[in-house]
Design a protein. Structure first.
Length: 431
């Protein structure tokens, strides 16, 4: 039995007394109207065989107005539960008494949070068995939470949040739904892990994302095998397709970025999976969230890392720690003069100089940068004046679009061929 009971009270005290005596709550809420408050106080409370430690009345402003009745419940119940040190897990609801509006308000207000509902029916009714239950013939019926069937509302909410890259919010809704909907628990759990995976991936936490995505894939493999819902099968295939891509990114991160890479791994990777992921991340920021400053910052990073990765993988050059011998003679004196760190004595070259070095080495990427340098220079000037760089001017969509086109040209890939995150396409009736 639950510690607390919320029961609606109408003009017939017998079923209310019956359900309270049957459930024996330690804490009691009586949802009353102005007309039934006196009956609750004078007829119900004195007749209880088991007296609650605490009981309180919640008065609906209007027993015929469902909006006001739902509103008062949503306002008062959380406050009183907190006051008594309780949670919704401790609460049961009986919607037998009161007006039909009051009963409907109870279910509407609490179906997302409460898992135990009951209703007092009976075997004998007056008015040719069409009226109210005859006193002494009450029968308490435990009801399943309608949220098992109403969970589609949560699924639609999750779809909107997930596809808008609001993965943390999508995970929160999925987490709440899996607790409230036992019949759909595995589905919401799978979506919960998918949301966490995409959130970590979107935040460049690749190893954590891979762990979450593997858990998601395992759950959706079983779900897809047991359903005929096309959207579930499609989502599962997208998860499957994302796994090898994320695994490759993790391998590149381990080989090229971490301080202790595995021996010989750098020769097997070129860093393009990581750079491509930066571009796709920038597109999500710019085209889904319309955050052009964030998008351009990622594009700048991608263009910078193209040079860094190419120098490291193709030529064994670290642009943060060059030796004079690694620099072609025609560029050597310039880089030694302009790019030697006074404190550490290291030769460290920025973006523009990295591409100059690639050009001097005869690399096509360096030539492509030189060809686009005039237009790119204008864009980088705008980027440098943005709030996320050195200035105060917000980046416009036009700047993002131009910089994306240059980055795609550098990497040698068409936008439509870029990988994308999984998308939820459940539609109405997806469960």
């Amino acid at each position: 039995m639950k510690k607390a009971l919320l029961v609606s009270v109408g003009g017939s005290p017998a079923p209310v007394i019956f359900t309270i005596n049957a459930q024996q709550p330690e804490f009691l809420f009586l949802f009353v109207s102005r007309g039934s408050a006196a009956s609750a106080r004078e007829d119900v409370i004195p007749a209880l065989l088991h007296k609650p430690s605490i009981y309180e009345f919640i008065l609906t402003p209007d027993e015929q107005d469902i909006e006001q009745s739902v509103g008062i419940l949503l306002t008062e119940i959380p406050k009183k539960l907190a006051l008594w040190g309780l949670s919704y897990r401790d609460l049961a609801v009986d919607y037998t008494g009161g007006t039909k509006t009051m009963s409907a308000a109870l279910v509407l207000a609490l179906s997302r949070d409460v898992d135990a509902f009951s209703y007092v029916g009976g075997t004998v009714r007056d008015k040719n068995n069409l009226g109210v239950v005859v006193d002494g013939n009450e029968l308490r019926l435990s009801m399943k939470n309608p949220w098992n069937e109403l969970a589609i509302q949560s699924l639609n909410d999750i779809q909107i949040l997930f596809n808008a890259c609001l993965f943390t919010s999508a995970a929160k809704v999925a987490d709440a739904a899996r607790e409230k909907s036992p019949l759909r628990k595995q589905l919401f759990e799978g979506i919960f892990h998918a949301s966490n995976a995409c959130n970590n991936w979107d935040s460049f936490k690749y190893v954590r994302a891979l762990s979450d995505l593997k858990r998601c894939e395992s759950q959706f493999r079983q779900i897809a095998a047991e359903t005929d819902k096309k959207w579930i099968t499609l989502f599962y295939k997208q998860i499957q397709a994302s796994l090898p891509l994320l695994e490759k990114i993790c391998i590149e991160q381990d080989a090229l970025i971490k301080s202790s890479p595995k021996a010989g791994m750098s020769s097997k990777v070129d860093g393009m999976a990581m750079i491509t992921d930066l571009l796709v991340n920038a597109i999500r920021r710019g085209e889904i969230e319309y955050k052009y400053d964030d998008a351009v910052a990622r594009l700048y990073s991608a263009i910078e890392k193209m040079a860094k990765m190419k120098l490291k993988v193709a030529y064994g050059i670290d642009n943060s720690d060059l030796t004079a011998e690694q620099i072609p003679e025609e560029l050597r004196q310039e880089l030694l003069t302009e790019c030697t760190n006074g404190r550490e004595g290291k030769i460290q070259i920025p973006l523009h100089k990295s591409y100059q070095l690639l050009h001097a080495l005869g690399d096509p990427l360096g030539a492509a940068y030189t060809a686009a340098s005039a237009e790119l220079g204008k864009i980088l000037t705008i980027r440098n004046m943005s709030l996320l760089a050195h200035g105060y001017e917000p980046v416009k969509q036009e700047t993002f679009t131009k910089m994306l086109a240059i980055a795609l040209d550098f990497i040698g890939i068409k936008k439509e061929n870029l990988p994308t995150f999984p998308q939820l396409e459940c539609g109405f009736g997806g469960l």
